[in-house]
Design a protein around this ligand. Structure first.
Ligand SMILES: *[C@@H]1O[C@H](CO)[C@@H](O)[C@H](O)[C@H]1NC(C)=O
Ligand SMILES: *[C@@H]1O[C@H](CO)[C@@H](O)[C@H](O)[C@H]1NC(C)=O
Ligand SMILES: *[C@@H]1O[C@H](CO)[C@@H](O)[C@H](O)[C@H]1NC(C)=O
Length: 406
């Protein structure tokens, strides 16, 4: 190899390293604490009379926290129809009112790809454990909102360039056994987000949906895959099988290959995989396409709020694909967390194992880094108050010295 080629290769390698966007420096994420939120999320939040007091108190808790973090909070009410019986055995239907709680960190909104949404359901579906679905997603959402605002608005080291919206969705009817009404995410996109981005997809950067993100399991055969899996995700099937069919990954599910979707998932996975410690879990990139076999695992993915972004119809009934990624532990495709519990019935503190907390914390960390790399800019180092005081003392001293010698 000639010297010239070597030099060229070195230069190219240098460029490649420098390329991946802004560095995320100076963010303090050492104090992630999801357990504090999770302890308040162990009771049912299915929309029925006897859960109303708990539903109200969780809604108020979310709004209080968001306000405290410095977000502008709005509550979006909507009416929908649910099955009165959460097990879906009887079919009496009732109309209920739901409330999406929205926290806005406002900066520039009308810029290409400007607005990012981070969202999670805060109700529970009457079947899954309320801490797993979707207490964990909500706890992560609140921690992401807290760490983003603490490091951005309060530290003074970052400036938010673009608007970020944190939303806790109420009443995901798609996850109920048999509720006919539209879920909170549908109303959020149609009636809140679309007007907020001026009816123009250009201003939307994408959504990150956190749905069922705590159930990591390192036991062999704790993960099942669907019948069509081999055809849909062959490489992933091989990885999971060779690893002993463990439930040791977080799935990042996206739809299609439009530029904004590709950018969204590359930025998220880049931030997830950056600064990897010796973690036992990993991120699996699961890309859906239109016309894919309608498999049982795909059927599950489209019950989460991401589906309303992927299938949004504007006022002219034209479909507009709003980019969104779903983060999920694959929920029912992984061993039920309650079955691994030491006590019967399972106590909340037995469910919050170190492994599970660590798994959620990683998602929080990656999402915070993702937001900083995309929505904010690190400001140049400012001289601190103490050092500028020192330098003014020095100036005074110099002036005095100068006087003495004149
Ligand atoms: C929901 O329905 C109730 C009763 O019909 C009504 O009072 C309320 O205004 C409705 N809420 C919304 C947001 O439409
Ligand atoms: C982001 O905001 C900072 C501080 O206001 C500004 O200096 C910087 O130019 C902005 N960056 C972009 C890409 O708008
Ligand atoms: C969306 O906004 C962009 C940038 O301002 C503009 O060029 C475009 O025409 C808008 N699209 C629609 C449908 O209004």
């Amino acid at each position: 190899m000639t010297l010239l080629t070597v030099a060229l290769l070195v230069t190219l390698a240098g460029t490649a390293r420098a390329a991946p966007g802004k560095e995320v420096k100076g963010i303090d994420i050492s104090g992630i604490d999801v357990t504090d939120h999770l302890e308040k999320l162990s009771e049912s939040r299915y929309p029925k009379e006897e859960n109303q007091a708990n539903r109200d108190s969780v809604r108020d808790y979310i709004a209080d926290r968001m306000q405290y973090y410095g977000l502008h909070v709005e509550q979006q009410k909507f009416n929908t129809t649910v099955n009165k019986d959460e097990k879906g055995i009887t079919s009496e239907q009732i109309q209920v009112e739901g409330t999406n709680v929205i926290g806005i960190q406002r900066a520039v909104t009308k810029s290409p790809g400007g607005v990012i949404v981070v969202g999670a359901d805060y109700d529970s579906n009457g079947v899954s454990d309320p801490m797993f679905r979707n207490g964990a997603g909500l706890a992560a959402l609140l921690e992401v909102a807290r760490l983003y605002t603490v490091n951005e608005a309060w530290s003074g080291r970052y400036a938010a360039n673009y608007t970020t919206v944190f939303v806790a969705f109420d009443i995901n009817t798609k996850l109920h056994q048999a509720s006919p009404g539209q879920p909170g995410g549908h109303f959020f996109i149609r009636e809140w987000l679309w007007p907020f981005i001026d009816h123009n997809v250009t201003f939307f950067g994408g959504a990150v949906i956190l749905d069922s993100i705590m159930n990591v399991n390192y036991n062999d055969n704790s993960q099942t895959l669907s019948n069509e899996f081999q055809n849909l995700f062959p490489e992933m099937q091989t990885r999971v099988e060779e690893g002993g069919n463990k439930g040791d990954f977080l799935a990042m599910v996206s739809m299609g290959n439009k530029d904004d979707t590709v950018k969204l998932r590359d930025q998220f996975s880049g931030n997830y995989n950056k600064a990897r410690k010796a973690e036992r879990f990993r991120l699996e990139d699961m890309q859906l396409r239109n016309g894919m076999a309608f498999d049982t695992i795909v059927q599950q993915f489209v019950k989460s709020e991401n589906i309303h972004f992927w299938t949004f119809k504007d006022e002219n009934e034209k479909t507009v694909l709003l980019p969104a990624i779903l983060l999920t532990d694959t929920a029912t495709f992984r061993t039920d967390p309650a079955s691994t519990c030491a006590s019967v019935p399972c106590r909340p503190k037995d469910l919050l194992t170190e492994d599970r907390i660590e798994f959620v914390d990683k998602t929080v960390e990656a999402t915070v880094h993702f937001l900083f790399s995309r929505q904010a800019t690190l400001l140049p180092e400012q001289p601190s108050a103490a050092s500028s005081l020192q330098s003014s003392f020095l100036t005074v001293a110099m002036v005095c010295l100068a006087r003495l010698y004149m």
